[in-house]
Design a protein around this ligand. Structure first.
Ligand SMILES: C=C(OP(=O)(O)O)C(=O)O
Length: 297
């Protein structure tokens, strides 16, 4: 258990409380690293369950709406041949039946499964799936129409804050409300260089909005995510992949199975190690005390 105690109340995500004093809610971000292949998605769910994660996450798009106009006709080389960016976006989407299968597969492994919907129909899509929560991707912070649709679901919302100004975040929080909000500090550089991590934002966001704050990381390695936990991050999300050399834009800045497992192992150790900040003499110190201390006071 983490020990950072504040007055900020935890937020219930399904059957799990997310907040200070609770287990860190670790999310394996599958995103689009499945490359449209349901078997890869299932393997990434298996990996998350074996690593001890709490949830897996997908990205859900209606490509006709969520793909920026100037990107649509650009030609992209893909494992399925050259195609427009818009066609590629369709190629990596799952349909309702596939999501149903993935969400129940995740549930059978004890994991929540949800998505960041990138447009209003995708909110409806994930609502039909009965998702326990929805995430706002950093790219969507300024999409007020989307945020309103998310607020209307009444579900807890996880708001990421990369590529955004504090004024844009203020407006997003105003639209979403704070009663069921978990925020995530993020910097959307892929991969994230340490000097852009700005982890002290975790405290800034917590103080400013008085909601639980986590961390969505895009760095290589584990140190920055672990430091985020030491600074009180209540949730950690990392992209995961079967193999960093696989085709796809997020694969290189993702964690492979062993890395994700090490990350969660170390997060669970940190939860215990942070303590409560109240000075005490621990039982393990008594023998060294009697052996080493010369003057008793
Ligand atoms: C891109 C996403 O998240 P983040 O902004 O936290 O990286 C996402 O959740 O789809």
């Amino acid at each position: 258990m983490t020990s950072m105690t504040t007055d900020i109340k935890p937020v219930a995500i399904g059957d799990v409380q997310v907040g200070a004093g609770q287990q860190v809610y670790v999310i394996g971000e599958i995103g689009i690293n499945h490359n449209g292949d349901i078997e890869i998605a299932k393997q990434l769910i298996d990996i998350s369950a074996e690593a001890g994660a709490n949830a897996v996450k997908f990205q859900k798009r209606t490509p006709d709406i969520s793909t920026p106009m100037d990107m649509r006709d650009k030609i992209r080389s893909t494992p399925w041949g050259d195609m427009t960016y818009l066609d590629y976006r369709y190629r990596v989407e799952f349909d309702q039946a596939q999501y149903k299968e993935l969400i129940s597969y995740a549930a059978s492994k004890g994991l929540h499964a949800f998505a960041s919907p990138w447009d209003v129909p995708s909110v409806e899509f994930m609502e039909e799936q009965g998702a326990v929560t929805h995430k706002v991707a950093s790219a969507s912070v300024t999409d007020i129409e989307l945020l309103k649709a998310l607020a209307e679901t009444g579900k807890p919302i996880i708001l990421s804050t990369g590529m955004s100004t504090i004024e844009q975040i203020d407006k997003a929080v105003e639209t979403l409300g704070t009663s069921k909000l978990v925020m995530m500090h993020a910097t959307s550089t892929y991969p994230l260089p340490a000097e852009e991590a700005n982890l002290r934002m975790i405290e800034t966001l917590r103080d400013r909005y008085q909601v639980p704050v986590g961390y969505s990381g895009h760095e290589r390695g584990l140190q920055i995510s672990l430091a985020a936990v030491a600074l009180g991050a209540v949730t950690v999300e990392r992209h995961i992949t079967l193999d960093r050399t696989m085709w796809g834009s997020d694969q290189a800045s993702s964690l492979e199975p062993k890395g994700f497992e090490s990350l969660i192992r170390d997060i669970r150790i940190l939860e215990q190690a942070m303590g409560d900040g109240v000075k005490k003499v621990f039982p393990g110190e008594l023998a060294p005390l009697s052996r080493l201390r010369r003057v008793d006071a």
